[in-house]
Design a protein around this ligand. Structure first.
Ligand code: DC
Length: 227
């Protein structure tokens, strides 16, 4: 019997270090990396490009049939395309990001994207795939052998994002608090599911965070393989 690809499920809020840590862990381990936020972003881009009202649930659901998403698993190649058009850069604009809120709660949309994510990871043939997002530990891969919630205080997350974006910390802090509120339907920061390991990077630098996440992965995969 072929063994299913082990999934490393990593959830976390904006600025938790989730993306950079997931990428680095996948790179070091030779695992695939699946950025699920990129799928929501690409759909937002597609809807806007084809003139679909992103707040009209029925119209968004009808548009899913023509949404041709290409999302790779190579941590060194984060390119995303829709219908053959490279949208890697365009999906990061504030307009595309803001429009996601219009459809992010629609169950049909989430189920559609989740099916793509499960198929991509399951068919990868890789020794492991890191899937990062907001609802990976709870909805997309609740049976994953490794499930991690990355957190950090809003102040530290704002300082990190501010540095990345070259923006002042107070503005970024307000944006982060607003994003936590709008993401609260998919990510409960106060309470992780039982069996989810919490890595709080408030007091850790990048390398220490990698070490903490790697320690969880080693421990959980060892238990999984020895089952
Ligand atoms: O991680 P990100 O900033 O690229 O995510 C973009 C948006 O997509 C974010 O506002 C929340 C949403 N998202 C989600 O609802 N579920 C996921 N698994 C990943 C992202």
């Amino acid at each position: 019997m072929t063994e299913l690809t082990p999934i490393i499920a990593i959830d976390g809020p904006a600025g938790s270090g989730k993306s950079s840590v997931s990428k680095e862990v996948a790179r070091r381990r030779g695992f695939g990396l699946l950025d699920t936020g990129a799928g929501y972003r690409a759909l937002s881009w597609h809807l806007r490009a084809t003139g679909v009202d992103t707040t009209d649930s029925d119209a968004v659901i009808a548009a899913l049939g023509g949404f041709d998403l290409r999302l790779g698993l190579d941590p060194e190649d984060r390119s995303v395309s829709v219908g053959g058009v490279d949208v890697t850069t365009e999906i990061r604009t504030p307009e595309v990001t803001a429009a996601i809120a219009g459809f992010v709660k629609v169950p049909e949309v989430r189920a559609y994207l989740n099916a793509i994510y499960r198929r991509l990871a399951g068919e990868s043939g890789l020794g492991g795939v890191v899937i990062e997002g907001r609802d990976i530990t709870s909805v997309v891969a609740p049976d994953a052998p490794v499930r991690i919630l990355m957190t950090a205080s809003p102040e530290v997350r704002a300082a990190r994002r501010g540095q990345e974006l070259g923006a002042d910390t107070a503005t970024v802090h307000a944006a982060i608090v607003a994003r936590d509120a709008s993401d609260s339907h998919v990510l409960d920061l106060a309470e992780a599911d039982p069996g989810v390991d919490v890595v709080d990077s408030t007091e850790l630098d990048f390398e220490q965070t990698i070490e903490a996440v790697t320690a969880v992965i080693d421990r959980k995969l060892e238990a999984h393989n020895g089952r």
